[in-house]
Design a protein around this ligand. Structure first.
Ligand code: GRF
Length: 220
């Protein structure tokens, strides 16, 4: 099968990158990661790429005078590598509008809340402060406005009575590690497409039910 050539953009730990690397090992998975880019030197995710023999490079945003100059350098590397689809996974840098437009409908992002609720940083602390009872994670198609764009897939997790930001964050992260591979599968396989700023098509892959994580779909 022809696999979509994917680049993953990271800034740190890279646990979602790892989940995508692991998913890509399946022979019938429709994508393969051919490049990892970090804007932060020494990001832990770079070691994960190295361990899996995936080419990785650092483009340090502090080396550039403007957001656009950084974006242009990134764009040049992506095109050089023949990238077809971008996955932002904990990439903590906003792109300029020009970059987002040039990768229109070909760039995904994962955000640790049920968008459009709780855009931005410190989501788990804000979820706890608001007292909401369900939160989760969203994979969406990138648009110029932060944490917005057509929603590909979501995973919901419960907020438990004695949660701290850390315990809730860990539960959401576990769900993300199932969600992102699922969402990339949907997009790379062509099962879904963007139409009128909504993702439409077959939003569930046979035998996979990533929408609810424990305790909703299985015993804790
Ligand atoms: C994830 O929670 C993701 O939703 C957010 O940043 C975090 C990245 O974690 N955008 P990791 O680097 O993938 O471990």
């Amino acid at each position: 099968m022809t696999k979509t050539r994917v680049a993953v953009l990271i800034s740190g730990r890279g646990s979602n990158l790892q989940a995508l690397i692991d998913a890509c090992k399946a022979p019938d998975y429709p994508a393969r990661i051919v490049l990892v880019v970090s804007n932060v030197p020494g990001a832990q995710g770079l070691l994960r790429a190295e361990a899996s023999l995936i080419p990785a490079l650092v483009i340090d945003h502090t080396d550039f005078d403007s957001r656009e100059a950084f974006d242009d350098a990134l764009d040049a590397e992506l095109r050089e590598a023949g990238i077809e689809l971008l996955c932002n996974a904990g990439f903590m840098r906003l792109h300029g509008e020009g970059f987002v437009r040039s990768w229109w409908n070909r760039q995904l992002n994962i955000h640790p809340s049920l968008l459009p609720a709780f855009k931005g940083l410190h989501t788990h602390a804000r979820v706890l402060r608001e007292g909401v009872k369900i939160t989760g994670s969203t994979v969406h198609v990138m648009r110029p406005e932060m944490d917005s764009g057509p929603i590909v897939a979501q995973a919901a997790v419960p907020v438990l009575p004695d949660d701290s930001g850390d315990s809730l964050g860990a539960r959401v992260l576990m769900a993300e590690h199932r969600l992102y591979p699922h969402a990339l599968n949907l997009v790379a396989s062509g099962a879904v497409r963007v139409e009128g700023e909504l993702v439409v098509g077959m939003t569930q892959i046979k035998d996979q039910a990533p929408y609810f994580s424990p305790p909703f779909d299985e015993p804790l």
